[in-house]
Design a protein around this ligand. Structure first.
Ligand code: A3P
Length: 283
């Protein structure tokens, strides 16, 4: 039941009643059975919540240096990796995924790798997600307008399904967690105070990096420097990155009308009733 989506939907893959990007079906159907390693670091996030950023920070922290090979986090997405590809990656691996916690490999409960969960305010996620789907038209075949996409987002008829549900599920996991090692961060805090957040990540990864390196990582992982170094990986014909778009908190104000924003707030209150999570919509 998708009200007024303008007849325009994303081209997605459906498996077990859930929506995924149009990735090879044999990979999506195998996610649960993938074998992990104890020293893996798993970044988990709903799409467009800062995964690329976190991937780069973690890689640098683990390596203890910043002059790393330019690689794409997309090549280390759990839901795009077959076991042999996963096995070829050297430890410690930084993996990432947008699937719900309960859809991650069952081996998670055995190997108990470190997990970093990052979340972002849903208005900025919706805007970023729209631009993502619109610009990566080869995958989504999507040409809708923002107002149409907003309905898909609210209804969860987008890849990785409903933002509200995924975020609420994660809140429960974190609140009840006794067995996993999880660090819970937000895009907005990372943006507002990257040094202290990167220090937190360093402590969590138990790599004990000095202030000089943390400062260097903060600088090299800033939006503009990352765009320069990595923007070409997925760029349009004019060389404009499809991933490194704006990297700001509050760009939603340029997209939402007042009425859309008020309705969105209302829906948020309904869907997130009972949640203790707080999101920052501006800095
Ligand atoms: P915008 O579309 O709002 O610019 P993900 O990595 O989970 O796909 O999220 C992508 C979003 O994170 C995009 O948001 C992108 O610009 C932003 N982003 C990527 N690298 C960033 C960085 N180094 N600093 C801040 N934001 C970054």
């Amino acid at each position: 039941d998708i009200p007024d989506a303008g007849g325009k939907h994303l081209r997605l893959l459906e498996f077990n009643g859930k929506l995924y990007p149009n990735f090879p079906a044999e990979v999506i159907t195998n996610i649960k059975s993938l074998e992990l390693r104890e020293d893996d670091v798993i970044i988990s996030a709903y799409p467009k919540s800062g995964t690329h950023w976190m991937f780069e920070i973690c890689r640098m922290l683990l390596a203890g240096r910043t002059d790393l090979e330019v690689i794409s986090k997309v090549d280390f997405m759990i839901e795009l990796m077959e076991q042999d590809v996963l096995d070829q990656a050297k430890s410690p691996r930084v993996l990432n995924s947008h699937v719900a916690f309960s859809d991650l490999p069952t081996d998670l409960a055995v190997k108990k790798p470190k997990i970093i969960y990052i979340r972002r305010n849903p208005k900025d996620v919706a805007v970023s997600f729209y631009n993502h789907c619109y610009r990566i038209s080869e995958l989504y075949d999507y040409k809708g307008e923002y107002k149409d996409f907003l309905e898909l987002f609210i209804n969860g008829t987008v890849e990785y399904n409903c933002w509200y549900k995924q975020v609420l599920d994660w809140e429960k996991v974190i609140d009840n967690n006794t067995e996993y090692s999880i660090l819970h961060l937000t895009y907005e805090d990372l943006k507002a105070d990257p040094i202290s957040e990167i220090r937190k990540i360093s402590d969590f990864l138990q790599v004990n990096r000095n202030e000089e390196l943390i400062q260097e990582i903060c600088d090299l992982c800033s939006f503009s420097k990352m765009e320069k170094r990595k923007g070409h990986i997925l760029a349009d014909e004019n060389g404009k990155s499809k991933i490194y778009r704006k990297g700001e908190v509050g760009d939603w104000k340029n997209w939402f009308t007042v009425a859309q924003s008020e309705r969105f707030d209302r829906i948020y209150r309904e869907r997130m009733a009972g949640s203790k999570l707080k999101f920052r919509y501006s800095l």
